[in-house]
Design a protein around this ligand. Structure first.
Ligand code: FAD
Length: 380
């Protein structure tokens, strides 16, 4: 058993860390303040071939593996979880259904430009009345000649306000709960497709999140992913399984940021005549954080490796998401505690990680949903 990263992984890790610090950090303040994603990052990373690091080089990707993608997400999340999330969606949810199940024409028209950063993607599953119970979505797609006519509303869609296309999940046969579902690529500018509002969030301010509306939105039948009606739920599951592994790195990056800020603050803050890092209560918190971050990272890598080996990881991907997002909450809470009153002030960066990380037990399946998946996959 080899638990080490390869030489390629390590070179990439250094490269992406430098990129994050030099090219992303200067953009954070404005993006957070104005709630506008710095779109130039898509192009910049696409041109360098690491916007979608695990897709083949023939398609413009980095030709790496799942661990490479995890490294990218961790390093970007370490500097800013919001920006990381928007980019992570591009290498995952917004492209994976086309990569795995799309036609050659769809790959050339949507996937390749997305990998190159020329088109921004989004993934629309959640609706105002359908979150955890995804099979209860109400969006429909009805065949009419060479088109499908889509009606419905999608809620909380990452990149929604800035996307060039969204992979929208809809019922082609609403009588078949969970079964009669398909995925459609809907392009920006298609009549009947609009962003009804941009949402104002507590954290992750640098991602643009929106509500999308489809009103008699006519989409060519060739934009349906897959060859027949029905079976789209398996594509959604396939997409989410991959996403939940990457999510482990999103949590690890945020945890690492909180830990580094806490160590630095604890060394600088003097109380009772010495730096607070000298107090056992602080040292124990930091020691526990260091341990948990190592476990978060190692477990995420392990499941990413299993994914690369083609193993079935439905249960393990939920375990990654559940463990890393829940462990992160304790790390963030302890980080805030170490910062005392200053941590609660907007001028100290720890509050941003705290606000950003609070989301992570909710998106891409809540902790309760992950427990349901783990229980079901464990046979009870
Ligand atoms: C910032 C942000 C970005 C997002 N981005 C996207 C995106 O790009 N695309 C997309 O499709 N969606 C996106 N989402 C939606 C996200 O995936 C959902 O919020 C999530 O799936 C939970 O759904 P919900 O918010 O409707 O909560 P609900 O499903 O209403 O859940 C509310 C509470 O009830 C609990 N609960 C529900 N059912 C059960 C049960 N059976 N047993 C036990 N407890 C249960 C939940 O765990 C939760 O605690 C995003 C959300 C946010 C906030």
């Amino acid at each position: 058993m080899d638990f080490d990263l390869t030489e390629e992984h390590r070179v990439f890790q250094k490269f992406i860390r430098d990129f994050a610090e030099k090219e992303v950090v200067p953009l954070i303040e404005e993006a957070e303040e104005k709630n506008v994603f710095p779109k130039q990052l898509f192009k910049k990373m696409g041109e360098m071939g690491f916007l979608c690091p695990r897709y083949p080089q023939e398609l413009g990707g980095g030709g790496g593996d799942k661990i490479t993608e995890c490294i990218m997400v961790e390093e970007l999340s370490r500097v800013n979880a919001g920006i990381a999330s928007s980019l992570m969606l591009q290498s995952g949810l917004g492209t994976q259904p086309i990569y795995r199940f799309g036609s050659e024409e769809q790959k050339q028209k949507f996937l390749v430009p997305a990998i190159k950063g020329e088109k921004i993607s989004a993934f629309g599953l959640t609706e105002p009345d359908a979150g955890s119970d995804a099979a209860s979505i109400k969006t429909t797609a009805v065949r009419d000649g060479d088109d499908y006519v889509i009606n419905g509303t999608k809620m909380f869609i990452t990149n929604g306000p800035i996307c060039d296309y969204v992979v929208a999940v809809a019922y082609t046969d609403p009588t078949k709960r969970g079964e009669g579902i398909n995925l459609f690529i809907v392009e920006k500018g298609t009549p009947g497709f609009s962003v009804s509002r941009k949402l104002d969030k507590v954290g992750n301010k640098s991602i643009e999140t929106g509500e999308l509306v489809f009103e008699d939105c006519r989409v060519p039948a060739k934009n349906m992913i897959g060859e027949k009606e029905g079976g789209g739920f398996d594509m959604v599951a396939d997409t989410l399984i991959s996403g939940r592994i990457t999510y482990g790195s999103r949590c690890t990056g945020t945890a690492q940021a909180a830990y580094e800020l806490s160590v630095q603050y604890a060394k600088e803050r003097i109380q009772f005549g010495k730096p607070i890092i000298k107090f056992q209560a602080t040292r124990f918190k930091l020691a526990e954080m260091a341990m948990n971050i190592d476990i978060m990272r190692s477990y995420t890598y392990r499941v990413a490796w299993m994914y690369d080996q083609g193993k079935k990881v439905r249960k393990e991907s939920s375990m990654v998401k559940l463990f890393t997002s829940e462990t992160l909450q304790k790390i963030l809470s302890d980080s805030m505690q170490i910062h005392g009153g200053y941590g609660y002030m907007m001028e100290y960066p720890i509050q941003r990680h705290w606000r950003d990380g609070r989301l992570f037990t909710v998106t891409e399946g809540t902790s309760e949903v992950q427990r349901l998946v783990i229980a079901r996959e464990s046979g009870f």
